[in-house]
Design a protein around this ligand. Structure first.
Ligand code: HEC
Length: 127
């Protein structure tokens, strides 16, 4: 399932894995750590610890939670919006709209930079 999603995302978003890694390093690693394990420099003093982003699939019965991850990053998830620890990245991640397939098989349009970060997150999932 995870592999299939990776392929689907790669087809939809193009050769953008390196861009996703760079975006993550710039915007997210300070909290989530360079490898996404939730151990960035700020994690020592944040009251609510940044999530270990390598476990999103494992903690969701082996299925990468595409839609949840998208809305948590862009800030449309009301649960995340009330969480002051993580900024909303909707206004930050731009680019042309690309289609990403969510768990239901539906396609949703997201800015290409958000799709690139998502692809990178899929690529770092633990088995
Ligand atoms: C200021 C620190 C900070 C920054 C910067 C940050 N995050 Fe977070 N993030 C958090 C915290 C805190 C949580 C909440 C952890 C929890 O759910 O208990 C979180 C949660 C998440 C979740 C939800 C995980 C889940 O279980 O659904 C995702 C996905 C995520 N972050 C991705 C990102 C991405 C991608 C970026 C960069 C574009 C980013 N974060 C930048 C602190 C941060």
């Amino acid at each position: 399932m995870i592999r299939a999603l990776t392929v689907a995302l790669a087809l939809l978003a193009g050769p953008a894995l390196a861009d996703g890694a760079a975006l993550f390093a710039n915007h997210c690693a300070v909290c989530h750590g360079t490898e996404g394990r939730g151990d960035g420099p700020t994690s020592t003093w944040l009251i609510r610890k940044p999530a270990d982003l390598t476990r999103l699939a494992v903690d969701n019965n082996g299925v990468f939670p595409v839609l949840r991850t998208l809305v948590r990053i862009d800030g449309r998830d009301p649960l995340m919006r009330s969480d002051i620890a993580m900024p909303a990245y909707g206004p930050v991640l731009g680019g042309e709209a690309v289609e990403v397939m969510i768990e239901t098989g539906q396609g949703v349009l997201v800015p290409s930079e958000l799709a690139e970060v998502l692809m990178w997150l899929v690529s770092i999932q633990e088995d």
